[in-house]
Design a binder for this molecule. Sequence first.
Ligand SMILES: C[S@@+](CC[C@H](N)C(=O)[O-])C[C@H]1O[C@@H](n2cnc3c(N)ncnc32)[C@H](O)[C@@H]1O
Length: 211
Amino acid sequence: MDEYDVYWRVSEMLNKQDFVLDIGCGNGNLVNYLARRLGREVVGLDISDEGFARALGAAKRDRLLHLVRCVRADAEAVPFSDAAFDAVLLVHTLHHLARPEAILRETWRVLKPRGKLIIGELVVEEGQQRYGCHQLLVPDVQRMLRRAGFVELSTQLLCLDTALFVMTRGSSPELATLGVPATGYLHQDASTVGDGWPIDLPLPGGGCARA
Ligand SMILES: C[S@@+](CC[C@H](N)C(=O)[O-])C[C@H]1O[C@@H](n2cnc3c(N)ncnc32)[C@H](O)[C@@H]1O
């Protein structure tokens, strides 16, 4: 299964009229893919604009430039109004976030009440480690999403290591009242799972293979 299989599955969950935000859009491949499939404007947001030139170049080549919007911003402060989007996507991005709970809370804000949050992530079962780093446990992701105010619609294991979490916006997030600590999400010890998750697992010989 390659990234386009994941993109296709994501696109199958969207409606043609959905206004979609892709958080952590990177090289913009998913944004371009959805703009083509939905035939409507798609917004890609990333803290780095490195991939935007490539995304816009591909969009221009495919005559999709009018449908592709790249926004450079930190996903902790999305420059859109409340309930602006019908769907928010985080594909292979969650494990890159320094403060995932802060971003999920912001995602909750910009998502419409009956909107969809679709997360594609690398996952492992407890006790497993496949690539040395950046694998999440399904229950940890589910717990964090619930705490951020989302209600689960489905969780599918697409292949050996990629899960698709589909959520909708529930009542207001616990986190909005609890507040989000400034640090504490980069655990090196799997026993600390609960506040966040072990995003960077140490590699044998030291260091971490976080991409
Ligand atoms: C693995 S890449 C994205 C993969 C992309 N979604 C795809 O499917 O090809 C993760 C991205 O998250 C972005 N990112 C990390 N922290 C972020 C933040 N706080 N706000 C927005 N983007 C962030 C990085 O710049 C990077 O482009």
